[in-house]
Ligand binder design. Structure first.
Ligand SMILES: *[C@@H]1O[C@H](CO)[C@@H](O)[C@H](O)[C@H]1NC(C)=O
Ligand SMILES: *[C@@H]1O[C@H](CO)[C@@H](O)[C@H](O)[C@H]1NC(C)=O
Ligand SMILES: *[C@@H]1O[C@H](CO)[C@@H](O)[C@H](O)[C@H]1NC(C)=O
Ligand SMILES: *[C@@H]1O[C@H](CO)[C@@H](O)[C@H](O)[C@H]1NC(C)=O
Ligand SMILES: [Zn+2]
Length: 446
């Protein structure tokens, strides 16, 4: 059952200890009391017309889709106790199929927490180091790791605090460059994660990229030929809240965008960018999980990503926003499902990623697909980061939906024994994609 606990080779004893302490401090899980009486359901797969009905039902009842309505797959929806009767009645009336996903959401989350605690114990017992890329760690531990890397690799790594979140937490990213970002002709790769708080597999993938560019360089051209901006946690308030209070929290934690925000805090960061803001696929209701905010860039967290994109737009070659789950690589336009002028190259580079990931993946992992965001997801959404970046002229702009597997709360809580696998295969995909994109660019120039 147990995967491959990390070997301690890249960490000396002291560092191992440091990370254990940080990690253990990070395992103060919520009691999941909020979820008493909650249930989740598989719904569908509906016929095409029902997709819309499910979307409208979700909006009307403020339901949280853990996996969105789609004509070829079952959706997964989370339903609080007071809404269950109405929810079932409505599905029956529309003759939409449903079945139970988690009878007792609280118990499922409790078991998932225990699984993570057990996992850290297994790693430590085997003499391995608990790292941000083999376990789910709290913000302090991730920032601790970034600080540690910036101290160990002073020549190439700079830690930047770009500002502070709504609740005052630092917004940090690393710049990695063999030429101190001075060489203007170098392309930049910018990867961020956890704009959606509950997507816990995303920060490990970004910290693994940091690891592969510092402590364990096996592709030196990735380090030498590109400059990197790596931001593992875009939304630290939401991320911490998903550890301490509500595991399935998605949004930021701001309370200043609407009189209702005190009761229903937070904005969906990936609906808050100033491109096709408010167009479709987002809500004006502060209590919705896809609330877009009262204006574009109402959130300091999205403004921070914006400022990175704007500052370096002329040099950013590839921008990837890491999300989960669904095993998909999506590209613009996501607000209207039209193909961008660049979609041929976007498709070819992402196909190279998919091919490499499949080759490196495990047999029981879902197969990756790639495509236009609107067409692949079967819904369009305005105000998303990837569209914003692409509209600035960044050619390769992607949203990754990292893998989720069944078991536990399904998807957002991939068993921690799989974290390292997802990190490794995603890095392999990224390298293949960057290599392919570079070849395409050379071909376009010649
Ligand atoms: C029941 O379904 C019909 C269409 O099948 C729809 O017109 C009606 O509004 C639905 N009623 C409720 C309460 O959802
Ligand atoms: C955690 O470990 C304990 C002790 O080994 C075991 O009894 C329990 O079943 C484990 N829990 C989970 C969810 O794996
Ligand atoms: C979709 O959006 C893009 C970018 O804004 C635009 O160029 C394109 O014309 C739009 N497509 C349609 C069908 O409106
Ligand atoms: C597939 O993986 C194997 C083993 O890791 C590797 O040697 C091979 O080059 C990979 N092939 C492709 C097409 O990526
Ligand atoms: Zn997401």
């Amino acid at each position: 059952m147990v995967g491959d606990p990390t070997s301690p080779t890249t960490f000396n004893r002291v560092q191992t200890k440091l990370f254990l302490i940080l990690a253990l401090a990070g395992y103060v899980f919520a009691k999941n009391e909020h979820y008493i009486g909650w249930k989740s359901y598989f719904v569908g797969p509906p016929i095409k017309e029902h997709v819309k009905t499910l979307v409208i039902l979700g909006e009307k009842m403020d339901l949280d889709y853990l996996s969105p309505p789609h004509p070829e797959r079952e959706a997964i929806v989370l339903v609080p106790p007071r809404k269950q009767l109405e929810f079932i009645k409505t599905l029956k009336n529309f003759t939409i199929k449903y079945r139970s996903h988690a009878e007792n959401v609280k118990a499922t989350l409790d078991r998932d927490d225990e699984r993570i605690r057990n996992w850290t114990n297994i790693i430590s017992r085997n003499g391995g180091a608990v790292t941000p890329y083999n376990s789910y760690l709290c913000l302090d531990a991730i920032y601790g790791y970034m600080h540690h890397i910036s101290m160990r690799h002073k020549k190439t790594v700079t830690m930047v605090t770009a500002g502070h979140s709504f609740e005052g937490r630092p917004l940090k990213y690393l710049k990695i460059s063999t030429t101190n970002f001075h060489k203007k002709s170098k392309n930049i790769i910018f990867v961020d994660a956890a704009i959606h708080a509950r997507e816990w597999i995303a920060p490990p993938v970004v910290t693994w990229i940091i690891h592969k560019l510092t402590d364990d360089v096996t592709e030196p051209n990735m380090l030498n030929d590109f400059d990197w901006i790596l931001m593992p946690v875009v939304n630290p308030d939401g991320y911490e809240f998903s550890f301490s209070e509500k595991r399935l929290w998605r949004k930021t934690r701001s309370t200043n965008t609407d009189p209702q925000s005190f009761r229903c805090p937070g904005v969906d960061g990936n609906r808050n960018f100033d491109f096709a803001w408010g167009a479709t696929g987002s809500s004006s209701n502060p209590c919705s999980d896809t609330y877009r905010g009262n204006r574009a860039f109402s959130e300091v967290e999205t403004r921070t990503v914006r400022d990175i994109l704007n500052t370096y737009s002329y040099r950013i070659y590839m921008y990837i926003s890491m999300h989960s789950f669904g095993s998909m690589i999506l590209y613009p336009w996501g607000h209207n499902s039209s193909d961008s002028k660049y979609s041929f190259n976007l498709h070819l580079a992402s196909s190279a990623m998919v091919k490499a990931i499949r080759n490196a993946s495990l047999p029981h992992f879902p197969d990756y697909v790639n495509g236009n965001s609107g067409k692949t997801m079967f819904y369009t959404a305005g105000g998303a980061a990837d569209d914003y970046a692409h509209n600035l002229g960044i050619p390769y702009s992607y949203t990754f939906e990292l893998p989720g597997l069944s078991g536990g709360m399904h998807g957002f809580e991939l068993h921690p024994m799989h974290i390292k696998q997802v990190c490794k295969e995603t890095w392999i995909g990224l390298v293949a994609g960057i290599t392919k994109a570079t070849k395409l660019t050379e071909k376009d120039r010649s």
